[in-house]
Write a protein that binds this ligand. Sequence first.
Ligand code: ADP
Length: 749
Amino acid sequence: MGQLLFILLYGFTVITFFVGLIVLRKGIKKNRIDRLYFTSTMLSGAWSLFIGLVVIQTDPGSAALMRALALAAVFGQFICITYLLVFWSGIRGRMMHWIVGFAWMGVLLYPFLIRRDRMVFEKTAYGMAYRIKPGIWSGAYTVFCAAIAVNMIFLAVYMLRRSIRKREKIMACALMVCVFIVGFGCAFDTLMQMSGYMTFPGSTIGQFAAQMVLYQTYIFYNKSRVTLENMSEFVYYSVDEPVFLFDEGEKLCIVNNGATVFLGMSAEECCKMRMKDIFDMQHNVFRFQGSKNRVEAKCLQNGRSCSVSIDKIYDGYKDIIGYIVIVHDVTQHVHMVEQLAREKQRADRANEAKGSFLANMSHEIRTPINAVMGMNEMILRESGDETILEYARNIQDASKSLLVLINDILDFSKIESGMMEVVEEAYSLRMLLKALKTECSIRAGEKGLDLAFHVPKDTPAVLMGDQVRVRQVLLNILTNAVKYTMKGGVTLTVSYKKTAERRVKLTFEISDTGIGIKEESIDRLFSKFDRVDEGQVHAIEGSGLGLCIVDRLVQLMHGTVEVSSVYGEGSTFTVTLEQEVIGEETVGSLQEEAKGAGRRRETIPVFVAPEAKVLAVDDNKVNLTVIRGLLRKTEVQVTCADSGKACLERAAAEHYDVILLDHMMPGMDGIETLEALRDMPGNCCKDSVVIALTANAMAGVREMYLEKGFDDYLAKPIEGTMLERMLLRYLPKEYIIQDNSNLKREEEL
Ligand code: ADP
């Protein structure tokens, strides 16, 4: 019988230790409730084990030792369970300290309770039994146990009354049941021995039963807590996004609420479907490399556009056990993208319309300016009457301003459409600065302003860069400086710093003593069409485009432009550009008087070639007269044709070295004429150089003409020297009997 009782108690030990191990495996480090419950299972197991060992002892001495160990586990359990209940009940403050402190008081009783002389051991039918001799300690122990039971009932009642949550009330009831079970068990040992009977381990059996109830309470408590294990469940049901779980056979087995709402059917109905019934997918989307896949698909049930992410789920052996499919409804996003694409298309069309409007306008304006400037050029060349010459100079100034404005608009449209390119070539900084000085000194001279250029003599003279754009930037700022200065002067100071073996960082500082710029206006100085301080500047000619172009050009050349200004006193614009240095030549002195400051017309042609034959084709008779007039000094033989058809007739009859072919002509336009010319059999001009003449100077036209088969391109209004230079480049060298190009360049400077 004793053996059977031992086996029973030993079984209790195994079960409670096992429960403890389960708790341990789940990770008891997480919080104190887990740690306390684990300790409680260990102490409960020890309690059962040592009482079991008492039962099978034959020697009272060793039985007393086992009993002492069991009693240690009992007191430990009292303390542990008290803490557990305190935490679960949520009791705090002084009351908590009293209750916990009382549980610890058992330690004081312990030495008296294990004294051998107070114990009586006796062998009974159910093994070795014992009793404590009646007395003060045995009485104190019974009172202590009863008080512990009362404390626990108090904590359970406190929890029951205080808690507002159902789960806490259920836990409180369960704890009360535990106390009653243990109390009932105590009747067989703690109470019995007071009456002088030998004990039966009733409280040990009771505490085991209570421990099992406690285990259920602990599981129940954990279920109602957010833990890693149950988190996925909470998340699964709470997310609004549809979530589908497919098993390894690709059969849908679980859906969340989001999925049933999304598909508009019950969970059971959902689970009857396969992936291809839900989404419009051509191939099996579960077959993919890696662990994650994302596909775009339309839902067949509701027509929504979806972004579907598929994750493989693996078991502990890395074998696939299923797939989790999360659906993101991107219908709105797709609509938005489609709408944006439509808007972009509309904007592109509007932009194209703007571009072609600009091209047309530029064409329409350039055609008459071409005539005005060309005719005026001839008056300047041929008239001897000073009054007429003065009128002609005024016309020239006005048409140049108009041309600058149109060029600015064209440059701006080129920059905006990303067609502006920086073309790097070797250029002379010295020439560039001299040209600038010449150009600005005329305007400065007219306003009575001083113009000074300070350039260190050792500045490298030959650089690699886009001289056209460098010149445009500096000229723009210098022109502004002269424009917005009424008295005083304008100074350009150049400095340079070596940045590498053959590279320099050039700084151009242009200061004036003009009207200055208000501090608050400086920020918007470089924005499009913005003229600042309108009150002051509105009487001064300008479009507000110049500095915007300067800024973009400097950016294209990887440089910087900065402004500092004192309103009413003057401004300083600083441009820095990095350029490659070619050769050892230096700028030297720029001091010699800039030529051309007067208004003398240069009449020396760039070249003379009486043998050369040029065919000029334009539907506008004035333009033809202009070309003929501009080329008079070169002595080139100019033949005119006023249509594409006339051009072909001429070309069939005679060879021309260069054909200047207008683009926009009624009937056959320039491009069609060129195509016909190239294909025409018995053509004398098969190899002639054909140069497009056009008033269309929009971004990208040069490339367009070259692509169409033209050899080069000249924008109207045609400037005499430019036309001469272009012809010099293409006419056979043997026809050139006089080449003034170098002379002419110096003259221009
Ligand atoms: P605009 O054709 O009007 O001169 P810009 O883009 O060249 O256009 O200049 C923009 C504005 O910046 C001008 O309208 C003028 O108000 C101001 N500005 C530019 N340069 C100067 C300067 N040197 N002194 C004073 N104001 C200037």
